[in-house]
Design a binder for this molecule. Sequence first.
Ligand code: FE2
Length: 195
Amino acid sequence: MTTPPDTLKPLREFVGAFATLLDGAPAEPALVVAGSRLLAALVARDDWLPPECAQPDARHYQQYLLHVDPQERFSVVSFVWGPGQATPVHNHTVWGLIGVLRGAEFGQAYAVGAGEPRPLGPEHRLEPGQVEAVSPTLGDVHRVRNAFDDRVSISIHVYGGNIGTIRRSVFAPDGTVKDFVSGYANARPPELGRD
Ligand code: FE2
């Protein structure tokens, strides 16, 4: 019998490296620089995401939990866009890193306060391999959408907590703010195994 290929190795190594990074308790700017480098390396190749965590849904974009740190210092999620799908304007309340794995996405930052959310700067496009950061200090409110109307896009997100359980906010065009908890589309993350 031959051993099956260990397709999850890049993700497992990423999770290990990210945990080691956080063991050093870096300040946020250093964490964003080093964490973005790790995420850019992970999304530089598109041969490791389990197919069950890459499935679009016709109605809603999907968030599959890939890993949550045992101490909930960080979580890793695959964000799967069906054609033309978009988030509402929302925040995170913790730092977040977004790396495009497949397809492309558009991001638009917003300022929120009284009244309608106001776009901050131009909408920007992220291509495969590119990474951007959000956080309450860097700018935490944005809207993200699939750059394509005719195909699936996928990005890999890393957040400074167990993001699917965190109470955060969506900002409606009329200025209404609503609490939400995103949850995850899968009941449990893939088994990463060990080296
Ligand atoms: Fe977001």
